[in-house]
Design a protein around this ligand. Sequence first.
Ligand SMILES: [Zn+2]
Length: 258
Amino acid sequence: MIDRRIVSLVACALVGAGCTGSATGAASAVPAAATTALAAGDDVLSTSAGPLRIVPVHHGTLRLELDGAVVWIDPWSEGDLSGPKADYVLITDIHPDHFDASALSKVVKEGTVVVAPPVVADQVPGAVVLRNGESRDLGKLGVEAIPMYNLERGPAPGKLFHDKGRGNGYLLTVGDKRIYISGDTECTDEMKALRNVDVAFVSMNLPYTMPPSEAAVCIQAFRPKVMYPYHFRGSNLGELEAALASQPGIELRIRRWY
Ligand SMILES: [Zn+2]
């Protein structure tokens, strides 16, 4: 069980290191396709462990629903947290749009397993600590921590928004399917080296991660079968659509994240 008092105190200490991208552009920069309504079932992935429902929530927040296992990724208070409680919560990084103690307290229940990099796990009693490159079998899903970091972008010369080794992207195994969640990152060698990814969520916003044009280069390197842009506030996804239009075998799914 999460100690809500402690994690709430931590949240108060972390404000100011955000990576929401809200200063970079208006919602009007998002193409019309981003607000397309979905028919029920469009975001259900068939796996050997049963159907997996994919629920885009908001910005970097999403939920995966497998029979007997609800997984929240980076619950943030800006999003709608009213869905089913979490069996697992995966947290990618320390920034408040990813580690939000108040939001976390709203999605957990007795027995929820929280998986986080050390910098976050230090603030969440009982969390499972996963460092870059480490894996854990959680029963219903396998989790591998993939590095997420900036190559060049940061708040000042010589500084990066996300230092290598601090945060985790996650590669999940659910039955016979593999799902990649990038976290806040630029186009790293580790992302380009991924293979056999069925569904990918890749961040793309400036100044904190990368523009859609750079994300497209990475996506064409590891070629996920299904690609969901996420964490893209203020970005022109038309760049991504244009780049992937000539890439058969990569299905682009633009959903309502804002
Ligand atoms: Zn972020």
